[in-house]
Design a protein around this ligand. Sequence first.
Ligand code: ASP
Length: 325
Amino acid sequence: MKLLLIYTGGTIGMVPSDRGWRPQPGYLESRIRSHVRQEDMDVEFDWLEYNPLIDSSHINIAHWNTLAEDIVAHYHDYDGFVVLHGTDTMAYTSSILNFMLRGTRKPVILTGSQIPVWESHTDGLDNVALALQHAQRRDLHEVYLAFNQTLFHGAHVTKIDTDGLKTFAAPHGVHLAATGEKEASQPRCIPASDAAIEVYYCLPGNSLQGLSALLKTQPRALIMSTYGSGNAPDSPELREMLKVAQNQGTLLINRSQCYRANVDMDRYEAAAALRETGLIGSGTMTLEALTAKLRVLLTLFDNDVDIAQQLLLPWTQELPPINAS
Ligand code: ASP
């Protein structure tokens, strides 16, 4: 069993600077190797450290494409992959890798920490140990996030705490459906699209000016962040605005602001206008999984009908059963 650890940055290897915490190159590997030896862990791994290391709030499409390409390039050399990543956008990265990586059947486990490894009370070493353990499993074939004793499916998870060690949660419960004996085909990666995906957050009391300004930028996709099961205040102006946007080539999607979301535009009259305008409901997907899948679908398809159809067709486990736990 041999693993590849890819270190992208994040708090796990940060040090203080006069402008706040920042990643420190060249140090984390030896700290982790000495921990592995100390704990007598039976694991062999190679280390790939990115340059520059980043705070994960700087993550962009190019980083995701490099990460997915590196995993595919080294696919046959290793039995599993661990990606060390900052927590701020870890759920976006664990989501998108699930869609970008095709034909792979080895575990890819993301982890990081809230407290750097140099601190005596760090959570980083436990998290890395958990990730190393799961990266050696032969029954895991997708992309996961390991944190605070829990293994999440990478497309189920969201960051819920800026400070606490229970940093992530899966809104619909921790639900790791077996992927079965996935057929190994030629591993490849689908690049993520950098098309503009905007989110409009409904807020009681706001006029439609903000939405109007956003739509003038003609984003490729607009996610309406609605209330409850996908409801929004209705008005002829709103309907007209959305129709014009659609005609100009913006894909319109309805995702609830609710933490545990399940968009159902048939439930309330307050969603009827959005349904009639042709918004696509995002079901139980997290915002992270939804935007991740969109970035891959926008690479593959030009046609909105194809994108809408694929969006609600499970590719991985991005549509968890309601309230699974
Ligand atoms: N700002 C840090 C990052 O995402 C937070 C962390 O790693 O916990 O890189």
